[in-house]
Ligand binder design. Structure first.
Ligand SMILES: Nc1ncnc2c1ncn2[C@@H]1O[C@H](COP(=O)(O)OP(=O)(O)OP(=O)(O)O)[C@@H](O)[C@H]1O
Length: 307
């Protein structure tokens, strides 16, 4: 797993004032961004925010209208045959050799990249597909295909890996197993650009995340710093059968109280006295506290309703 020598130690990706329009639609509207080598970088944002367009520009699949792009010290557009083998790309619509078995498929991809045949077996093991190695791609489940797509993106040991919602179709165990694979890749010095709608995943895996809205970056930092900077609000969840919304709203120090399913959610910046008041009114049995998460930051920025 030694990275290919590159002859350069510069950043993995440098984007400078990238614009891309589709007709009147500004898909990417002046994005500048540097991803250092070895970083696990997350791209977050609502549907249509421009993430895929941005990643496709980095991959050399799309040409920006203006701005400059450098990937591993090279320009990805026009298509650069020196650069392509150094990139690993997994998309939502990965192409497969469907009549081949999982192992044959990966061996074929490995051959296309001039990687050794053993890389296929290693790739199957890395994504937990060794048992399915002789199953035809056609007969794999959705989640297994997704894992095969990830193995296909990694089989030639790329330096920079683009993953587009790689855990979307995975069950919880497979998702956690993939987190381990991704952490190992980062540990081996790879750079990962990761698009996801799973905020918990971004928080658990990413060194930094960019939140993209309407083609612009509205927040860029480590998940921890984004959460710390966002709000000092703590939420207390009290079983709804023990506390009325009116009583909750009347507690001194409660900024907002809402009903959420079986719970009354109290927002406060001073949880101690509020907890005491809840104890007096309803007791603390079943009461949960929740501090801010990346999801709260995201929902605040994107203006989506909080559940
Ligand atoms: N080839 C295209 N022609 C016209 N409009 C496009 C094209 N590709 C993307 N768009 C538009 O550009 C905007 C950004 O799309 P993009 O796919 O980059 O967003 P995204 O953040 O990846 O969304 P999602 O999370 O749904 O994948 C959207 O409004 C989309 O409809």
């Amino acid at each position: 797993m030694t990275p290919t020598p590159t002859g350069t130690d510069g950043p993995a990706v440098v984007l400078d004032t990238i614009h891309k329009r589709y007709g009147e639609k500004r898909a990417v509207d002046g994005i500048s961004l540097t991803v250092p080598r070895g970083e696990f970088f997350g791209l977050l944002g609502p549907n249509g925010a421009g993430k895929t367009t941005l990643v496709e520009i980095m991959e050399g699949l799309r040409r920006p209208d203006s701005g400059s792009v450098t990937v591993l010290g090279r320009h990805p557009w026009p298509r650069d045959p020196e650069l392509l083998p150094r990139l690993g790309v997994q998309t939502q619509a990965s192409a497969f050799f469907v009549r081949l078995t999982a192992r044959e498929h990966l061996e074929t991809v490995a051959a296309l990249y001039r990687a050794d045949r053993a890389a296929a077996e290693r790739g199957l093991a890395a994504v937990g597909l060794t048992e399915q190695r002789d199953v035809r791609v056609d007969d794999l489940s959705g989640g297994q295909r997704q894992r095969l797509a990830i193995a296909s993106a990694l089989v030639h040991d790329p330096e920079l890996i683009f993953l587009d919602e790689p855990t979307a179709a995975l069950d919880p165990q497979a998702r956690r197993a993939l987190w381990q694979v991704l952490r190992a890749l980062k540990g081996a010095g790879r750079t990962i650009v990761y698009t996801t709608h799973h905020l918990d995943e971004a928080e658990a895996l990413c060194d930094r995340v960019a939140i993209v809205i309407d083609g612009r970056i509205v927040a860029l930092d480590s998940p921890g710093k984004l959460v710390a900077a966002s709000s000092s609000v703590t939420r207390l969840l009290v079983p709804a059968e023990r506390l009325s919304l009116g009583d909750a709203q009347a507690i001194p120090g409660v900024l907002r109280a809402t009903e959420d399913g079986d719970s009354i959610v109290l927002e406060t910046e001073d949880s101690g006295p509020v907890l005491s008041a809840v104890d007096a009114l309803a007791g603390l049995h079943g009461v949960q506290t929740r501090t801010a998460s990346l999801e709260d930051v995201y929902l605040e920025l994107t203006g989506s309703p909080r559940s």
